[in-house]
Design a protein. Structure first.
Length: 134
């Protein structure tokens, strides 16, 4: 049981660190590398049932989409995160920032529709959006 618990914490830590590295790579403009870091973090968190943690790399992926000039899916993913009770307050704050900045690049109706689609997403749909194109 202790070994299983240790592996679980190691996977949790790895996913958290990968999410942070992914966000750093976005800031450096290294989008393919950021994607390569964020997608495994999402998989790791999900595979170890770290449902509160999965929102951290998903938030990184929403930031990546926004940085890559893909405002609608960025808003969808960010809106999904904001409306999840178990997502952390810091992650929700970051998601609101993505919604605000990505909405500037869209007509208000398109931004509102993207938010509505995100709010209606399931966790499986959000993960699939972030993992598509693997």
């Amino acid at each position: 049981a202790l070994a299983r618990d240790h592996r679980s914490w190691s996977a949790w830590s790895m996913a958290y660190v990968q999410a942070g590295l992914g966000r750093s790579l976005i800031g450096l403009g290294k989008f393919p590398e950021a994607r390569e870091m964020l997608q495994p973090a999402i998989r790791n968190a999900r595979e170890h049932n770290a449902w509160d943690l999965v929102f951290v790399p998903l938030m990184g992926y929403a930031s990546l989409l926004a940085a890559m000039d893909k405002p609608e899916p960025a808003i969808e993913l960010a809106a999904f995160i904001v409306h999840q009770k178990i997502s952390w307050n810091e992650t929700k704050r970051q998601a609101r920032g993505v919604i605000e900045s990505a909405s500037r690049d869209l007509p208000s109706e398109a931004a509102q529709k993207a938010q509505m689609r995100g709010q209606a997403m399931t966790i499986d749909q959000a993960v699939a959006l972030a993992l598509q194109g693997e």
